[in-house]
Design a protein around this ligand. Sequence first.
Ligand SMILES: [Cu+2]
Length: 205
Amino acid sequence: MSHATHTDTQGGSSVWSILNIILAIAIGGFALFWGGAFVLGGISAASKIRNPAPPAPAEPAPAAAAPAAAAAPAVASGPAEELTLKPDAVNPMAFNTKEFKVKAGKAIKLTFDNNAAVPLPHNVVIGKAGGKEALMAAAMKIATDPQGMAKGYVPEDPIVLAHTKLVQPGQKETIEFSLPSPGDYPFVCAFPGHSIMMNGVIKAE
Ligand SMILES: [Cu+2]
């Protein structure tokens, strides 16, 4: 019996020592946490002292970008850049030109001449600068829209900068627009099944 009691006491004391260890870890962790928070707070306070310098350059950046965008149309004034696009002679589900280079801010007159051996309707949808992924996604979406045909397969999406209607075989359409700032302006035919190959880019520099 006494042996059992002795064992119980030992068990009890070992439970207490475990609790003490847990408590010590908890207190240590608490101290470490607040100590760390204090150190981090100090670092953050120190960086806040240094911070007034970074926000200062951050403000001139948009200010510098705005005059550049405003200056671009003035620099690129003159007759409109005329671009012509056709279905490719070899692959009628691709455009004959994949890449145009123009001056940023310049007026663009783009003619899509749907003159191909294989009669297919096409459109030309131009996206905003850097918006290739979004434009391709929008083209895929309108291609599966039950009302797509009625909408000329023109995506209803803010990424669209300009577009032709759905141009029937043997017809052509000219659209006018301008590319406000330097960048890669994607274009695509959003007729179902065409966008994967029937796309390109207008590089405004
Ligand atoms: Cu097409």
